[in-house]
Design a protein around this ligand. Structure first.
Ligand code: BEZ
Ligand code: FE
Length: 303
């Protein structure tokens, strides 16, 4: 019989999984075990620290609801989501708009609105127009592309964080016109702190990180026959552009807020102009979303 000790345990664990019929599952689990064991050896992990990690992950799970996804927040704050996004972008066949974080506040059921509509609820006035085109890698317009948008309010809160999180605000889905154009009205977002009232917040404080995200607006842009892009636009001048707590802000996604823009469909409002570029499909069957509507993750976990 094999003596299980500090040196032999990794091979023993790998050997027991060697018969996994699903080749990709086998590859992922073997690599996970090798790296997990190497990590434990590198930091000389103690039983107390191991239990601390188990308690932490248990608390992360308990914090998850149909309106909140603490595991996504953990992945985001560790830079894992941004890494998975960057690798997804690298696999694209053509040059396209870079991905950015979906984050924990996406909802799949935002209302479809006519072009030019305001996404600002509760009688508030929009002060900003966002407009542009959706185009392919060669710059040709993509008509009838779906442009989903969501953002926080002027104090940095998403509707999902409000007293009644089922009430939607500052979200919408628009379809581009025959020339690939879209436009909508909203308010300019402010930067905000990620949710700090859970175990991920405890981790961020223990690491003396500020916890802020620079001001941004989220988008999912898609069209049949093209690779969906999950991204966000970041506003120039925000003090946290270079230290985003979740590593979503990136140079090519930074936009100006233009105070005088005669070419805008609403010249009386300040404007943000951006053209989204979609790559052709690669034949991948999996989605490019690093994240999901929190309620859908709970549904999937239950089955
Ligand atoms: C967001 O931008 O909505 C977000 C992303 C990651 C963590 C927290 C918030
Ligand atoms: Fe956000």
């Amino acid at each position: 019989m094999l003596a299980i000790d500090e040196k032999t345990i990794t091979e023993a664990a790998l050997e027991q999984m060697a018969g996994t019929p699903n080749a990709r599952l086998k590859e992922i689990m073997e690599s996970l075990v090798r790296h997990l064991h190497a990590f434990a050896r590198e930091v000389d992990l103690t039983p107390e620290e191991w239990l601390g990690a188990i308690k932490f992950l248990t608390a992360v799970g308990h914090k998850c609801t149909e309106f909140r996804q603490e595991f996504i927040l953990l992945s985001d704050t560790l830079g894992l989501s941004a890494l998975v996004n960057a690798m997804h972008d690298r696999r694209a066949l053509e040059d396209a708009t870079k991905s950015s974080l979906l984050g924990p506040f996406y909802r799949s059921d935002s209302p479809t609105l006519p072009l030019g509509s305001s996404i600002v609820g509760k009688g508030k006035q929009p002060d900003t127009v966002i407009y542009g085109r959706v185009e392919d890698a060669a710059g040709r317009p993509i008509p009838n592309a779906s442009v989903e948008i969501w953002q926080p309010d002027e104090e940095g809160w998403y509707d999902l964080q409000k007293l009644d999180p089922s009430e939607m605000d500052l979200r919408g889905r628009f379809y581009t016109d025959s020339e690939g154009r879209f436009n909508l009205r909203t308010i300019a977002p402010t930067g905000y702190m990620i949710p700090m009232d859970g175990p991920v917040g405890d981790m961020i404080r223990a690491q003396q990180r500020h916890g802020y995200r620079p001001a941004h607006i989220h988008f999912v842009v898609s069209a049949p026959g093209y690779r969906e892009v999950v991204t966000a636009l970041y506003l120039t001048g925000d003090p946290h552009l270079d230290s985003d707590t979740v590593f979503g802000a990136s140079e090519s996604l930074v936009v100006d807020v233009n105070r005088h823009d005669p070419t805008s469909p609403y010249p009386e409002l300040q404007s943000i102009q951006f053209n989204f570029k979609l790559a052709g499909l690669t034949g991948e069957r999996v989605s490019g979303r690093v994240g999901a509507d929190p309620s859908q993750i709970l549904q999937k976990a239950a089955h």
